[in-house]
Ligand binder design. Structure first.
Ligand code: ZN
Ligand code: ZN
Length: 168
């Protein structure tokens, strides 16, 4: 497709993106509560920050797979983020026999998944869930010992978990 004056907008607050692999204009598809950009040619999908959760639930959320247990190497990558045009990074996510190399943007927080990769990510999230649950329980226990803490404050627990899974 070659732009021009009569370009139709699917969604007013979401510009139409180009597939970073084959430059095909992507379609916007509604999945769960997210509007994903999906390439009809290669089947890849772009998730804006927060959209993995919105589309597929907690097991697809980076909090489940972007962890030390699934910690793969991050390396520089060749394509530009379809959203903000910044250079993306490739990250290995693996756990047991599942492994996948995803592309993510450190600038806008977007994630690019090739066809089939979301299934692998969710399989990994499923397996990591018990580890995360155990850590959350342990963190709450530790916080309990510390005395009067408001558990309604999710940010506090997240920060506390950060102490357990320090990386970098
Ligand atoms: Zn494509
Ligand atoms: Zn970006």
């Amino acid at each position: 497709m070659s732009g021009g004056t009569g370009v139709s907008k699917v969604n007013t607050d979401n510009k139409i993106l180009e597939c970073p692999r084959d430059k095909t204009t992507m379609d916007q598809v509604e999945v769960g509560e997210a509007h994903l950009d999906r390439c009809g040619k290669c089947g890849g999908q772009f998730f804006d920050s927060g959209e993995m959760f919105a589309a597929f639930g907690v097991k697809a959320d980076p909090s489940y797979w972007d962890r030390e247990e699934a910690g793969g190497a991050v390396k520089d990558h060749s394509f530009a983020c379809p959203r903000c045009r910044k250079h993306m990074l490739a990250q290995d996510v693996k756990y047991e026999k599942d492994s996948v190399e995803i592309d993510r943007c450190g600038h806008c927080g977007g994630v690019w998944l090739d066809k089939g990769e979301v299934e692998t990510i969710m399989a990994i999230g499923e397996k990591i869930k018990p580890i995360l649950d155990a850590q959350t329980a342990k963190a709450k226990e530790e916080l309990d010992k510390m005395g009067d803490v408001d558990f309604g404050n999710a940010g506090l627990i997240a920060r506390f978990l950060g102490l357990f899974s320090k990386k970098k």
